[in-house]
Write a protein that binds this ligand. Structure first.
Ligand SMILES: [Zn+2]
Length: 108
């Protein structure tokens, strides 16, 4: 009866595509600041993005990054700090990490 393991899906806040969570990078809040949660261990809400700088840029342009991480009720009370440069840096290294961990890469 059970044919496959449950694979949770999330929506990329950049391009809005829904994909299996394994392939996505998690963003979360740390002391009110948006950070890349590479180990996916930070508590609270997470926002998910493809490991693609385009998706980060799209999310930033729509201001979806902070919005995805707070409850609507908390909006206006606590606005997450988004440091675009720092976030882009962290995101780039998360992409490198994800790429390195992808099986079947010839340069191993
Ligand atoms: Zn995306």
């Amino acid at each position: 009866m059970i044919t496959s393991r449950h694979r949770p899906e999330r929506t990329c806040i950049g391009c809005r595509a829904t994909v299996v969570v394994d392939g996505l990078i998690r963003l979360a809040l740390l002391d009110g600041r948006v950070v890349v949660d590479q180990r996916r261990t930070l508590p609270g809400r997470g926002a998910w993005l493809h490991p693609d700088p385009q998706c980060l840029r799209q999310a930033m342009r729509r201001k979806a990054v902070g919005a995805a991480l707070v409850n609507r009720r908390d909006m206006g009370r606590s606005v997450p700090i988004v440091d675009p440069e720092q976030l882009a840096d962290q995101f780039a290294s998360a992409i490198r990490e994800a790429t390195r961990l992808t099986p079947g890469k010839p340069d191993r």
